[in-house]
Design a protein around this ligand. Sequence first.
Ligand code: SF4
Length: 69
Amino acid sequence: MAKYMVDEALCQAHGRCYAIARSVFGPDSDGYEKDAGKGWVDIPPERLAEAREAENACPETAIRVIEGD
Ligand code: SF4
């Protein structure tokens, strides 16, 4: 299954990821991505394209998306 991780040292709470892919990403109470610093998180196959779009749109390159095991 595809997975993503968000580097908490890089995330600057721009919010582009959850504006683009609300079903994958979301804000914590301060606007940082909610899973920043929490390791790899599964992405349902039907959400992979939007997760990739958000990865490419993050201005801090804080998101990594990988496919496979
Ligand atoms: S777009 Fe990037 S920097 Fe902004 S909240 Fe999402 S992961 Fe963080």
